[in-house]
Design a binder for this molecule. Sequence first.
Ligand code: 13P
Length: 248
Amino acid sequence: MRKPYIAANWKMNKTIEETEEFINSFLPLVNDVSDVDISIAAPFTSLGAASRLLKSSNVILAAQNIFYEEKGAYTGEISPGMLKSAGCSSVIIGHSERRQYFSETDDIVNRKIKIARKSGLDVILCIGESLEEREADKTFEVLDMQLAGSLKDMPLDGMTIAYEPIWAIGTGKTATKEQANEAHTYIREWLMKYKEGADAVRIQYGGSVTPDNIESLMSQPEVDGALVGGASLKPDSFAKLVLSARIK
Ligand code: 13P
């Protein structure tokens, strides 16, 4: 049994003040939760404030992106050392929005994973197919390519995989629990085939997860948690998600 892991991806939402307000309301709602791992991926500008408030709490601070070099002339980019000194212990890599709007390839994702792990940051690697790919029956092929490219020459320690079908992100159109479990099973089998320690890796589902559908998704044997966008922006809704994922 893998420990459930619920992660918030705030995307480009929340100022420093809004971050502080959220955390001050959220922490008391989950402070006795030790059977679910919880993380919040805040925007870069909120990391310092979030880190001060989350210190000695049961909530992990994560970033939403990283650059694949340690320092240098890369205007606007953020290094692993900067993330660590801002208080992060985890980072989301390869989100479909970064692949889509910032042309991130599996090769770039792989370089980012390598530097993040080398610096001791845990990683949530996002993968998932588009609607056209699903309709053309290419879901497994896409997952295959993304896993092979992103995880090239990388062991699995410190890794969480988030299966996020692009057609389910921000659309209110969640994958059915069967669709999620089928994709997660495929991912698990891929990991088992090519990597050591695959059994311990948590596979989160992401895409229109809400307090109303989390229990059904988490009832599936291969769904170990969720990566949550919209429903993580309100303290009570995100707390409900965390509490619903507790081991019964
Ligand atoms: P929504 O929960 O808003 O669909 O976003 C999912 C997501 O992209 C999390 O990374």
